[in-house]
Design a protein around this ligand. Structure first.
Ligand SMILES: *[C@@H]1O[C@H](CO)[C@@H](O)[C@H](O)[C@H]1NC(C)=O
Ligand SMILES: *[C@@H]1O[C@H](CO)[C@@H](O)[C@H](O)[C@H]1NC(C)=O
Ligand SMILES: *[C@@H]1O[C@H](CO)[C@@H](O)[C@H](O)[C@H]1NC(C)=O
Ligand SMILES: *[C@@H]1O[C@H](CO)[C@@H](O)[C@H](O)[C@H]1NC(C)=O
Ligand SMILES: [Zn+2]
Length: 473
């Protein structure tokens, strides 16, 4: 059935090439969905082979072992750091040794910020040394630090209502955790909003689903025309305690010292490797994760896991001797945590070929047992992806959700390219460790990485090998 089907497809190609229309558009309309369904079903054996190799066979635990070696050797990989550049050089060697093709580095200028020494001590109503992590891009405190009274608020609205009390104070945000997407606004914009009402620093309750007294760092943004004040995150525990103290009428005074420094932009690279397509090498399925991390923990979950299952996807395809019709391209992004810097440049430099990107994939929500795939694309593409997911029946990971996303692939998705990300339902676990000293190999699970790698490899390979690109709107 498969052979007959491909003969039919080839005939259609000749026709459409003859008519001079773009292949990927005209073909879809000429083939029925039943034909496409049959084509996808013909990958059942290949999908099983990938699953067997990744989950039960010789290469089980490989992505976990590889990741452990990198992060134990290099440690965390902050934008602009020597660690990150060492990790990129090691990955370049690794991908070459793995026998992947067109392994190369694409230069990018990235931010270089270092936190330096930092500390916060509560002086009133009692002496208490607090655990803090300065936020990325924060300025330092003046020499000798800042000693100021605290104003605790639970929202930006409350800050506005109490703006007259804010001048000269340290604003402590004790916002409740609702979801990462909503609550992270306080981390990103807390300093700017505090500075607008005359505050001298801001301390933000860590954006965390659960806490054992660990601060969570992350990116924050200053605004032109608004004074830059030092800003750090504090633990959930300290934010709640200061909130209780304030509601009892206690005067709270904190001494804050931060030695953060911003240096000129540094040289870095997006790391790229491929399995070149056999029939449509110009067409691309892009599989990715980011190699940089924050400067705490090991960056194992965020996003070592995503980067390494993406590498694993290409390794598995290669190990099975498979070569898809279009190119399977691995990109390990640099400086995602600083706002998708590497990916933004990649998009600018490669968007001329946007019509030849069939699917962009990024895994960046930790590698916990996936329950399916998040996908953004046209209804027709979604119907096709549902069929592709049915190949993952042996793993019971067949759900296709909406909202395929990722900081690094959103550039392409917003421009109309179908996009996919792994669905991880255990965001509670992810945001317990996210951007903390706890993001280490200890929270990774080899069996879960095996399943995630198999899902990633099957989706990437099948979409790269199907006769047609995924249709767009
Ligand atoms: C893979 O990891 C699991 C969980 O740690 C372990 O039980 C299994 O023996 C490992 N497999 C191999 C081949 O090392
Ligand atoms: C676009 O694709 C062509 C064919 O694969 C390739 O030669 C060229 O380098 C690509 N251009 C960019 C900017 O990626
Ligand atoms: C896209 O790929 C097709 C062949 O697969 C090629 O003919 C076309 O020139 C490519 N388009 C761009 C923009 O590179
Ligand atoms: C398959 O996964 C679903 C969740 O996506 C779960 O509810 C169900 O129990 C699983 N079935 C098996 C047989 O593991
Ligand atoms: Zn990440």
């Amino acid at each position: 059935m498969k052979v007959l089907f491909f003969m039919l497809v080839s005939a259609v190609h000749l026709l459409s090439q003859g008519s001079g229309k773009p292949i990927y558009k005209s073909d879809f309309s000429q083939r029925t969905f039943q034909e496409i369904k049959r084509e996808i079903a013909s990958y059942e054996d290949v999908a099983k082979a990938i699953i067997d190799l990744a989950v039960y066979g010789k290469y089980q635990n490989r992505s976990y072992e590889r990741l452990g070696l990198l992060v134990d050797t290099v440690g965390p990989r902050l934008s602009g750091s020597k660690n990150l550049e060492k990790a990129i050089q090691i990955m370049y060697q690794n991908l070459q040794h793995d026998g992947l093709e067109n392994v190369h580095l694409e230069p990018v200028k990235i931010p270089h910020w270092e936190r330096g020494e930092e500390s916060a001590v509560m002086l009133l109503p009692r002496i208490h040394k607090m655990s803090i992590l300065g936020l990325g891009s924060s300025v330092a405190t003046p020499p000798g630090g800042i000693t100021a009274e605290v104003l605790v608020v639970t929202s930006f609205d409350e800050l506005q209502r109490r703006a007259s009390e804010a001048r000269g104070k340290i604003i402590v945000y004790n916002q409740p955790y609702i979801s990462y997407g909503m609550t992270v606004q306080y981390r990103v914009h807390g300093a700017v909003e505090a500075a607008k009402v005359g505050a001298v620093a801001s301390l933000i309750r860590s954006v965390a689903s659960f806490s054992i007294y660990s601060p969570h760092t992350g990116f924050q943004a200053y605004q032109d025309g608004v004074p830059k004040i030092p800003t750090a995150c504090i633990t959930v525990e300290d934010a709640e305690m200061m909130s209780r103290m304030a509601s009892r009428g206690n005067k709270i005074v904190v001494h804050l010292e931060m030695g953060a420094k911003t240096y000129p932009d540094a040289d870095s690279y997006n790391t790229v490797a491929e399995i070149t397509g056999s029939k449509y090498p110009e067409q691309v399925v892009l599989v990715s994760g980011h190699l940089d991390s924050w400067d705490v923990g090991q960056g194992a979950m965020d996003d070592g896991g995503g980067a390494f299952i993406s590498w694993e996807a290409l390794s598995l395809v290669k190990d099975l001797g498979l070569r898809p019709k279009r190119t399977l391209r691995l990109v390990l992004w640099t400086a995602e945590e600083q706002g998708g810097i590497g990916a933004s440049q990649y998009y600018e430099q490669h968007k001329a070929n946007i019509s030849n990107y069939s699917l962009v994939m990024e895994s960046d929500s930790g590698i916990i047992l996936p329950t399916g795939l998040q996908f953004t694309g046209s209804d027709k593409a979604r119907a096709i992806m549902k069929e592709v997911m049915s190949l993952l029946q042996p793993l019971n990971v067949t759900n296709l959700f909406s909202d395929g996303e990722g900081t690094d692939i959103d550039f392409w998705i917003q421009a109309g390219v179908p996009g996919a990300s792994l669905r991880d339902d255990d965001l509670y676990k992810y945001f317990s460790f996210h951007h903390t000293n706890g993001d280490t190999m200890t929270v990774m699970d080899p069996k879960q990485m095996n399943v995630a790698a198999a899902v990633w490899a099957v989706v990437a390979y099948v979409v790269a090998d199907m006769e047609e690109m995924l249709p767009r709107s």
